[in-house]
Design a protein around this ligand. Structure first.
Ligand SMILES: Nc1ncnc2c1ncn2[C@@H]1O[C@H](COP(=O)(O)OP(=O)(O)OP(=O)(O)O)[C@@H](O)[C@H]1O
Ligand SMILES: [Mg+2]
Length: 877
């Protein structure tokens, strides 16, 4: 009995880690027993259970049952490691499918290998082979690409392969460039937009030469998707994860059975010797390093194991393998790399000095970017998602064949209703204070606990499947959807872009990205209850469930996936119509890559960022070195600025962030291009006051400085040094204090909002008048300091107006005039009848329903700390 209780606790703990509510976890374990899968299944099945059990509950839930048809979120797959045969059965790949014509090495390994006609010509291992390179006797060294008789007409050959296998008419310009570099044995760094077709750059060499292409890829789900696609196009491929290797697939891979081998970076070190054998046998045409931004600490998805990939150049070069005539080329590919990341990649992978940089525009002309103020309180998601709910609901009513446009909704403006807003401003000002008062030990505690609430991109084994093989079927081109607006790498005519503006948003699935695992479940549950076929996806959910969600997503059985960043890098589903970021992304790189999963069919798609403009975004908790922390803040700050910007075309901002010159005037699709920028404001007076308070503080500090230096010289003890250190902070004027001083000095600003001044500070910083005075980085400016230009600004006392486009938070704060006590009045606010009246009124308006303790659910169990404390208590019993 005791043992059962302990097991039950462990299962509850695991469920809480997955993101489920503690109370649901306890209930599930009570009902189905101490089985993690059954319990998760039970909870995930909740909405349906409720609907079936309480058929009269709401119209929404009726829709849900009807619409769901079959249950999208089945956990029917057994958990645990999945064998390759299972994965093929699971995804319906026909194992007995016809072999690819490029799968030329003989099946039965015991009988030795054959070589393709293209490979003939060199019957034995190369005489110059390095002595250290042990070659399995039956594998024969073959020639390099230039002996494949690819003449000047290689482009035609490629085009016919392309047509035959993939149904595309011709290569894109950047694909041609990448292939030309590979053909001349050059390394290449391919930088092209998400969904532009980078994969073909490394898939074609396998088709063209009959040699193997080794692809380093970061996630099993991504490798799986690509292998499955290749199999459908008649190309054999396999993937090798970092888990327990399945010797048979790995052995076959190393003997040259598959045209493409996908492998995670963690496994490369272990496979060096077998790969050298493969290079000497069937031959390796190319090493492709996909999602190569993972190499760089300056990128957004840094994976330490990617940095070890320099072993590829070290071990597969002419100096190491004497029979090679050229180093095996490296092709590194990504859609999101700033200049700094590019340099880091080339250096870290030891790519040659002649590396060809294939650079195309990052611009995705069919993506309609917008930023909206999130109106969600902890009570409901309805305010933000009502358009989505309406869209999918209406679709059922009018049928699937008609177009719907859900993006425009006059009600869904970028500014919230006033009552929500009041809530937030108070929270925000409280945050500013609390952030500063939090002791470092408390911070550490919160990181330790909170880290467990979010997914970080760390490991490859997102599916817990060691490997899988995919044998090429006859190419099924009917599955290809022709693009109405193909992503092109040549400039796009204005007319074409304007045409998109008129296009309705077609039907297709939505991905909602949220920061925490808990929110994936909460929002998915909310949407299911509203009749949407939605599913949660986070790294801690059972792997069998995650595979099922992938399958349902690809088969269009799901309308919405609510996911952490665990879902989707490089996922190539053509008809994703909406990517919603619910909460600030951690960087623009991450944002653009995730947004890039929309509209890969070239048709109009929405990329909506919902964020609370009144709150400063925070970094997701993670262990970071000091330099990494600084960088993380910088990236988050850039992202925040993007969201606050109301005047610049979104597509332009994003593309320019990656160092590209945006050749168009604007995109004509984003919220700024459509709605236009807000009316300009003359902030001359406010800017003057702001700058004068800063200048006065600086002057005051300089005057008192002499005294302090005198004290420091006279008393050289610890206490004095400590005192001096504290006083040094006075040099920097804390932002909140600055605003209080402004309110105090100029009564006409007494009702102005902190948010408004934060917006102004950002504008003044972008104009070079102020800078952050603190050594640490912050998302918002925290200790503003005058620059030289700022000094001039103060001294010049110019009369002319200073027009700016108000930032999003300034606009938000402008909607509601609030009364504030000045700094000197702090503490005595409640004594002032007017202030007291206002505060009580605000409280009354914003009153939240109290937690119901009567139902036996303690408020403390709503927090991570509370739940864990409860668990520990149970365990210690
Ligand atoms: N030459 C081409 N003509 C038409 N369509 C193409 C061509 N090359 C690739 N595509 C299509 O482009 C889509 C996206 O391809 P792919 O997955 O390779 O994108 P990607 O650049 O790797 O994106 P990501 O950065 O998100 O990984 C695929 O569906 C593919 O069929
Ligand atoms: Mg890709």
């Amino acid at each position: 009995m005791d043992g059962e209780a302990v097991n039950g606790d462990a299962v509850v703990a695991q469920l809480v880690e997955m993101g489920f509510e503690y109370s649901s976890a306890v209930e599930a374990v009570k009902v189905v027993g101490a089985s993690i899968n059954d319990a998760a299944d039970y909870i995930l099945d909740g909405p349906r259970r409720t609907n079936l059990g309480e058929s009269t509950s709401s119209d929404c839930s009726k829709v849900c049952v009807k619409a769901s048809g079959k249950r999208a979120l089945s956990l029917s797959q057994p958990s645990g490691k999945m064998q390759q045969s299972n994965i093929l059965d699971h995804f319906g790949t026909k194992r007995q499918a016809k072999r690819s014509k490029f799968n030329v090495v003989k099946d039965d390994l015991n009988e030795g290998s054959k070589v393709s006609p293209a490979m003939k010509g060199n019957g034995n291992a190369h005489p110059d082979m390095h002595p250290e390179t042990k070659i399995t006797p039956e594998i024969i060294a073959v020639d390099c690409p230039e002996e494949l008789h690819l003449g000047a007409d290689w482009e035609q050959q490629v085009d016919s392969l392309l047509q035959k296998h993939f149904g595309h008419a011709s290569l894109k310009k950047f694909q041609r460039e990448a292939l030309a570099a590979w053909l001349s044995h050059q390394d290449s760094l391919v930088l092209a937009a998400t969904g532009s077709g980078k994969s073909l750059c490394f898939q074609i060499p396998a088709l063209l030469t009959g040699k193997v292409v080794v692809v380093i890829s970061p996630l099993i789900s991504l490798m799986h998707d690509q292998c499955l696609k290749l199999a459908k196009h008649g190309v054999s491929a396999c993937f090798l994860g970092s888990g327990q290797p399945d010797n048979s697939v790995e052995k076959k891979a190393m003997e040259g059975k598959y045209g493409l081998i996908y492998v995670c970076p963690e496994s490369i070190l272990r496979l060096i010797k077998p790969l050298q054998n493969l290079a000497a046998g069937r031959g390796i045409a190319l090493f492709a390093i996909d999602e190569v931004h993972c190499v760089s600490k300056w990128g957004h998805d840094f994976r330490p194991d990617y940095r070890k990939l320099c072993v590829l150049r070290e071990n597969f070069s002419t100096s190491k393998m004497k029979f090679l005539k050229f180093d095996i080329p490296l092709m590194a590919l990504t859609a999101t790399a700033t200049n700094r990341v590019r340099e880091d990649v080339i250096q870290c992978l030891c790519m040659s000095k002649e590396t060809k940089i294939v650079l195309t525009s990052f611009f995705r002309p069919n993506l309609r970017f917008s930023v909206k103020h999130s109106r969600t309180s902890s009570r409901t998601y309805k305010k933000d998602f009502h358009v989505l709910i309406k869209t999918y609901g209406m679709r059922r009513k009018i049928g699937d064949n008609q177009h719907l446009d859900c993006a425009e909704d006059s009600d869904n403006t970028s500014v919230s209703s006033e009552d929500d807003y009041c809530d937030r401003c108070e929270d925000d000002e409280a945050n500013l204070v609390n952030n500063d008062n939090t002791s470092s030990s408390e911070r550490k505690l919160s990181v330790e606990y909170l880290e467990d609430e979010t997914d970080t991109f760390q490991g490859v084994d997102d599916w817990d499947v060691p490997c899988g093989e995919f044998l090429g079927e006859s190419p099924n081109l009917s599955q290809e959807i022709c693009s109405s607006f193909e992503m092109s790498d040549s400039p796009i005519e204005l007319e074409e872009r304007l045409k998109l503006q008129q296009e309705p948003l077609e039907h297709g699935p939505t991905i909602i990205y949220v920061p925490t695992r808990k929110e994936t479940l909460a929002i998915a549950k909310f949407l299911c209850n509203c009749g949407i076929k939605a599913a949660a996806y986070n790294a801690k959910l059972p792997k069998s469930y995650l595979r099922q969600v992938h399958k349902d997503f690809h088969e269009d059985n799901l309308e919405v996936i609510v996911a952490t960043l665990a879902f989707g890098m490089g996922i190539d589903k053509l008809n994703v119509r909406r990517i919603i970021h619910y909460g600030w992304p951690q960087s623009l790189e991450a944002y653009y890559q995730e947004a890039g999963r929309a509209g890969r069919d070239g048709k109009l798609a929405d990329c909506i960022l919902f964020a609370n403009f009144a709150r400063t975004p925070t970094l997701l908790p993670s262990q970071r070195s000091e330099s990494q922390l600084k960088l993380a803040y910088k990236m988050l700050s850039d992202c925040h600025r993007y969201g606050m910007d109301t005047a610049n075309c979104r597509a332009r901002s994003l593309v320019e962030y990656f160092g590209e010159h945006f050749i168009y005037e604007k995109c004509y699709l984003c919220d700024v291009c459509i709605n236009g920028p807000p009316e300009m404001l003359n902030v001359r007076e406010e800017a003057d006051v702001f700058m004068q308070v800063l200048a006065a503080h600086k002057k005051q500090y300089a005057l008192s400085r002499g005294n302090r230096e005198y004290i420091a010289d006279s008393y050289d003890d610890d206490i004095t040094r400590c005192d001096i250190k504290q006083r040094q902070n006075v040099e920097k004027l804390y932002f909140k204090l600055l605003v209080s001083k402004i309110r105090e000095q100029s009564p006409r600003y007494i009702a102005t909002d902190m948010l408004w001044w934060q917006g102004l500070a950002r504008v003044m910083e972008s104009k070079g008048y102020i800078q952050e005075g603190d050594a640490k980085t912050h998302v918002q400016i925290k200790y503003p300091e005058l620059t030289e230009r700022g000094q001039d600004f103060v001294q010049s006392q110019r009369e002319e107006s200073l027009y700016i486009f108000p930032e999003a938070d300034m606009l938000l704060s402008g909607r509601k005039r609030k009364s504030f006590s000045t700094f000197s009045e702090w503490g005595k606010g409640w004594a002032d009848p007017e202030i007291r009246r206002q505060r009580l009124e605000r409280r009354r308006l914003n009153k939240r329903p109290r937690e119901r303790k009567s139902k036996g659910f303690k408020a403390s169990q709503k927090t991570v700390r509370g739940r864990l404390a409860k668990l520990l208590k149970l365990k210690s019993r």
